[in-house]
Design a protein around this ligand. Sequence first.
Ligand SMILES: *Cc1c(COP(=O)(O)O)cnc(C)c1O
Length: 374
Amino acid sequence: MTGNPSVSRWDELPIRDELRGKSPYGAPQLDVPVRLNTNENPYPLPEALVERIAERVREAARDLNRYPDRDAVRLRTELAAYLTKSAGYPLGMENVWAANGSNEVIQQLLQTFGGPGRTAIGFEPSYSMHALIARGTGTGWISGPRNEDFTIDLAAAERAIAEHKPDVVFVTTPNNPTGNAVPPETVLALYEAAQAAKPSMVIVDEAYIEFSHGASLLPLLDGRPHLVISRTMSKAFGAAGLRLGYLAAHPAVVDAVQLVRLPYHLSAVTQATALAALEHTDTLLGYVEQLKAERDRLVTELRAIGYEVTESDANFVQFGRFADAHEAWRKILDRGVLVRDNGVPGWLRVSAGTPQENDAFLDAVREVKKELGS
Ligand SMILES: *Cc1c(COP(=O)(O)O)cnc(C)c1O
């Protein structure tokens, strides 16, 4: 009994009112030669790592009749070691929690600290999944302000936090889709404002931190039990297909999310694969250096062509301005290059690809600039 033509739309099902008429999240997955629209790492995993993954997964396969380690102790221990080494701030596995992508980490956080009758605030434009996960968990969403140049308007943000007293405050640094990092002083001021208002949890989404000119905010965890730093292996580690995100926080936060996580949420195959990838951290972070150089080249060349570019600390660049960003997106696509229209009026976003992909992109936008005039 599949494909009953009389039930063709989910809107006709008795779904929750707040989902009615909405669209699912998703960038178009189009089959074009150059895809620079989802901030993936363009470099495939090195062959030695592919072999190591196969080995560790083979070992894990022998035990697949059993449920996996529910607490992912080995993986959390290795993630904590990576964070300790990269941020110079000591963290143990009791400070770290992992899930299927940082989107699941954020969902677990909102299930724990948000939910019906509660609210979360983000400063937009920012990562649209924060608002969507809020909706999915029944958490009210408050869209906080930004300045014209996409920096956070601190005074306005502090006022919004004082007025709305949100239960959760999101800060994305470097921010997506704009690319700019949030100064640590601003994050600290937002944390103080959130503590004075409620106190609320502050979730700092550091999905792109490895690409930043600045340091991770992990050391700010010291003495701040309501701060959570969320991370992912999808971007810098070049493992978007793995689905592995994690958080660092006070151990009480890690204990609290146990209340909502599904038992055995992280498969044995995922844990084995992530452990193998972490053995190759140095090689993977070598690609990050190449991508940072390509990111900086994109900024320079786009400005030379005559585009405006937002400062970028990420592996992507926001450029404009266009009278009609969607028309420009389409014209770039017509030249075989897929970038992202995030719905920020006048602006598009391009992920840093390989040098060849970036050259193809730059050729395309040079032509589009001529065609559209200035
Ligand atoms: C890409 C991205 C993530 C990653 O999500 P995963 O579920 O870990 O793939 C998280 N936050 C931001 C801001 C992102 O851009």
